[in-house]
Ligand binder design. Structure first.
Ligand SMILES: Cc1cc2nc3c(=O)[nH]c(=O)nc-3n(C[C@H](O)[C@H](O)[C@H](O)COP(=O)(O)O)c2cc1C
Length: 450
């Protein structure tokens, strides 16, 4: 049946839209495709809890991406402002701001954004600037749990033991697990941060539960004892409590959102929403259960993701070059992301679902993005690495002027810099700022140039 093996070549080598389309069709992929790009430019309506609708000017979004470039107090720096000027000026209708810590001890570095009484005004200035480009702005509120690493915290804040993680990261063995008392205090911290973010002008608040950060790790805490582990009700408790606390303080027309790992793709009993047998596969039963609960409480915007960037990054961002050779073709990964988004979008048609993972497709991304929108497999399409690389990507996609010499090449250099907690962006397409950073921190001792 297949003209090619799905494991053909991992290097992106499609010469034209027709070539990609032929390849997808002849290999039996379920990845959608449309030559008609008009769905990209269509307005999108997002429901608020009070039943009113917010209009987003088109169906493209920039994904949240930690730039590790905030000031040490958590406020945006000049470099942060430059990134958001680029994202909001890209032509995308929605800008989903990166992970903003709700408490100091949970930051991934001393340069992660953090919102509190001292920094809130600087966020208001940033949002005001973004809004000049008529964007819908989302604040991603987070507790980085297992990946907290900063001068306020002597060690990471694990929600549960994870043998797969600890097998890869021996430094994690023996790190204590956070207590129920500590977790009990977090909903009020999320609520405080949410109110500050709303006052700063954000249109939507994201209670983030993905990528093995704290709320997501709890969803997978099958082996934790006590009220936050074991049963689905216990594992979902803190996510739901944080969501309730956030909703209680927000105005009824502020949109409630979540960046949600539809499945962690980490083996049972250490992952969320996976089959209990091997090989690891998504099982979206619990995902749907959780979304149904949150939807009834007002959730109307989901930015989907899967996997963990610290454990299986090829799942969340299919790549050409990365820290290891992935066990599958990047298109298989993209297909998984698209299929899962479609499954949730079909089950919850009233929710605005944002699709993820498209940057791998380079100049052919608009055709698959338009195909997904056309099929109803997502309501909007987000771009992460592409937005780092290509400053006017959304406008050019919508206008049919997408420039192949400006696209992301999925080389993972932005992620490499982030792993070292340095200011990150694209060292290939935004060289002036990021190539010297890449050279200084990632190329020590290497002879070849990026
Ligand atoms: C450097 C970097 C930082 C990221 N930071 C975040 C983040 O703060 N929050 C989040 O939800 N996802 C984060 N992500 C994941 C992206 O939002 C996105 O899911 C991923 O890059 C796949 O989309 P793409 O194929 O368009 O790049 C980050 C990704 C990269 C490469």
């Amino acid at each position: 049946m297949y003209a090619f093996e799905k494991k053909d070549s991992y290097t992106f080598s499609f010469s034209s839209p027709s070539h990609l389309r032929f390849y997808l069709e002849s290999n039996g992929y379920t990845i959608p495709f449309s030559k008609d790009l008009s769905p990209l430019g269509k307005q999108v309506l997002i429901q608020a809890p009070d039943g009113t609708c917010k209009t987003v000017k088109n169906a493209l979004a920039t994904h949240p991406m930690e730039g590790c470039d905030a000031e040490t107090d958590g406020s945006p720096s000049e470099l942060t402002k430059r990134r958001y000027a680029r994202f909001s000026g890209s032509g995308a209708g929605l800008v989903w701001m990166e992970a903003i810590s709700v408490v100091p001890e949970a930051r991934t570095s001393d340069h992660q954004m953090m919102i509190n009484d001292q920094t809130a005004d600087s966020f208001a200035g940033l949002v005001e600037d973004m809004k000049k480009n008529d964007v819908f702005a989302v604040a991603q509120l987070t507790h980085s749990g297992r990946f907290a690493k900063n001068s306020d915290t002597p060690h990471a804040l694990f929600a549960t033991r994870s043998l797969p993680f600890e097998a890869k990261r021996p430094q994690d063995v023996g790190v204590p697990i956070v207590t129920d008392d500590y977790l009990d205090r977090l909903p009020e911290k999320f609520a405080k941060a949410a109110k500050l973010a709303e006052n700063a002008g954000f249109d939507a608040i994201d209670v983030k539960a993905c990528h093995q950060y704290l709320l997501d790790e709890l969803l997978s805490a099958h082996t934790r004892e006590g009220k936050y582990g074991g049963s689905f009700e216990n594992r979902a408790r803190l996510m739901i409590d944080c969501f309730d606390a956030v909703r209680a303080v927000l105005k009824p027309d502020t949109v409630l959102a979540s960046r949600l790992s539809l499945s962690d793709m980490i083996e049972y009993p250490y992952g969320f929403a996976v089959c209990e047998d091997k090989p690891v596969r998504p099982d979206l039963t619990e995902t749907k259960k959780l979304i149904e609960i949150l939807r009834a409480k007002g959730l109307s915007l989901i930015n989907m993701t899967m996997g963990s960037p610290y454990f299986n990054p090829h799942i969340n961002r299919p790549y050409n070059r990365g820290s290891y050779e992935p066990p599958e073709h990047p298109l298989v990964g993209l297909e998984r992301l698209i299929d899962a988004t479609r499954e949730i979008q079909t089950a919850f048609p009233e929710i605005t679902m944002i699709g993820t993972g498209y940057s791998y497709l380079r100049e052919l991304a608009p055709y698959v993005a338009a195909g997904a929108l056309h099929e109803g497999a997502a309501s909007m399409i987000g771009f992460g690495r592409m937005a780092f690389a290509y400053d006017t990507f959304a406008r050019d996609m919508i206008e049919g002027n997408f420039n192949p010499s400006k696209v992301c090449i999925a080389c993972s250099k932005c992620a490499e810099i982030k792993r070292l907690s340095q200011h990150t962006g694209c060292p290939i397409r935004d060289q002036e700022i990021y190539l010297p950073i890449y050279r200084e921190h990632c190329m020590k001792g290497r002879k070849n140039t990026p």
